[in-house]
Design a protein around this ligand. Structure first.
Ligand code: PMP
Length: 407
């Protein structure tokens, strides 16, 4: 007799869908297709030799330790290093504020696990990071989408305040070079957001994988650093902002290393949740990342990444100017890996994707990044992974597809 698995899946799996990113990544495997879909780093930037040399050294000097189980909280020297790197005047972080996760994606999942009861309201930007829905849908929340514009989440229209009045569990925001739009939250809105969230007692989850990848303009302070300054007593940070960081975009995503910075009380609960998940982030990866970062490697590597990605962004923007139809609009991000295209209202980006696939170029349709059905006439382009030549060719192909589909 054959078991009907569909009937045995838990109720909470009903909102699990296979990732559009993954489906689209499959398309990139077809020869000749140029993908602007996934947010993959450029593989030629991975410091392969540096990692090989460091790995060799670790195996020689601390082989058994690096291959052994280790603490759920993370490799202590790495946690200390992250606490030191994020600390600044007014934001004192200790070891107790830091949990190392298997990528920041796991940070999202653990937060869902310990904070979300079915029916809880979560405030999100519209659009927002698709992978968040995949993590949190399992915990059956309701999303309240707060609109955003070219300055990020709109803080002064009354919509945010009205949403905060609905007693959400927390608010999820990506202040720097947002995935999917590439937009950065302005300083004024950062302050407004913090002020409103604190007035209504709503914690903020600040997801920040991209802030180091800035190509133009001046860096802005993180929400956690602004909130940290507002916490009066000394001692470890105990504010209402939860900060997620990762080595995926500045070192290598295959290491699967991210971190959560939060109040020690929340960190302790996340540690319990993580124990049931995967015991700890890979000891081996943590030791490699620690050695590399400790030596100051990122200080030379990040400028190199910025130079590589700045060039790709500029080429993509210039080619879009040349090949895209007049009535399309797009963001001009100061950093990160993405930009966001808006088509005329009546157009459907999913239909454009079919035509684009026929021309062997792909992207992610915008509706996937919304809690509701909005954004049908939008899509996300990633410029980090394809070479400059591929970007030129891919945008020319996409331009042809767009012209063909224009009403
Ligand atoms: N948050 C955002 C906004 C992201 O764009 C990504 C990666 N695409 C993640 C979290 C997860 O990254 P990782 O697990 O590799 O750290």
């Amino acid at each position: 007799m054959q078991i009907n698995w569909e009937q045995r899946f838990a109720r909470r799996t009903q909102r699990m869908r296979s990732s559009a990113i993954r489906e689209l990544l499959k398309a990139t495997e077809q020869p000749g297709t140029i993908s602007f879909a996934g947010g993959l780093p450029a593989p030629e930037t991975f410091p392969v030799e540096k990692i090989a040399a460091t790995t060799q050294r670790i195996l020689q000097t601390a082989g058994p330790q690096s291959l052994q189980y280790s603490a759920t909280e993370g490799y202590r020297p790495l946690r200390e290093l992250i606490a030191r790197r994020i600390s600044q005047p007014g934001l004192e972080l200790s070891l107790d504020n830091v949990l190392i996760t298997s990528g920041s994606q796991q940070g999202l999942d653990l937060l869902g696990k310990v904070l979300i009861d079915p029916g809880d309201r979560i405030l999100v930007e519209s659009p927002t990071y698709m992978g968040m829905f995949q993590s949190w849908n399992t915990y059956e929340p309701e999303y309240i989408a707060v609109p955003s514009d070219e300055q990020g989440l709109i803080t002064d229209s009354g919509a945010l305040e009205k949403a905060l009045q609905q007693r959400p569990k927390f608010l999820y925001v990506l202040p720097n070079f947002q995935n999917p739009t590439g937009i950065t939250l302005t300083m004024e809105r950062r302050r407004q957001l913090l002020e409103l969230a604190s007035r209504y007692d709503v914690p903020i989850v600040e997801d920040d994988p991209y802030s180091q990848l800035r190509y133009t303009g001046e860096p802005l302070p993180s929400l956690i650093s602004l909130a940290g300054r507002a916490v009066e007593q000394g001692g470890p940070y105990d504010g209402n902002v939860i900060y997620l960081g990762t080595f995926s975009k500045v070192l290598a995503p295959g290491l699967r290393l991210g971190w959560v910075v939060a109040s020690p009380t929340l960190i302790r609960k996340l540690v319990q949740a993580k124990q049931g998940d995967d015991l700890h982030a890979p000891t081996f990866s943590q030791m490699i990342a620690y050695e590399i970062v400790r030596e100051g490697f990122l200080e030379e590597h990040v400028p190199f990444l910025c130079q590589t990605y700045r060039e790709r962004r500029d080429i993509m923007l210039a080619e879009m100017e040349e090949y895209f139809p007049e009535n399309t609009h797009w963001t001009r991000p100061d950093g990160g890996m993405f930009l966001w295209v808006t088509l005329p209202e009546e157009m459907d980006a999913t239909k454009v994707l079919l035509e684009a696939s026929a021309q062997r170029v792909t992207f992610v349709p915008g509706s996937r990044f919304h809690a509701d059905d909005r954004g049908a006439n939008t899509f996300r382009l990633s410029f980090s992974n394809p070479s400059p030549e591929k970007i030129r060719e891919g945008i020319a192909r996409l331009g042809r597809a767009l012209h063909k589909m224009m009403p």
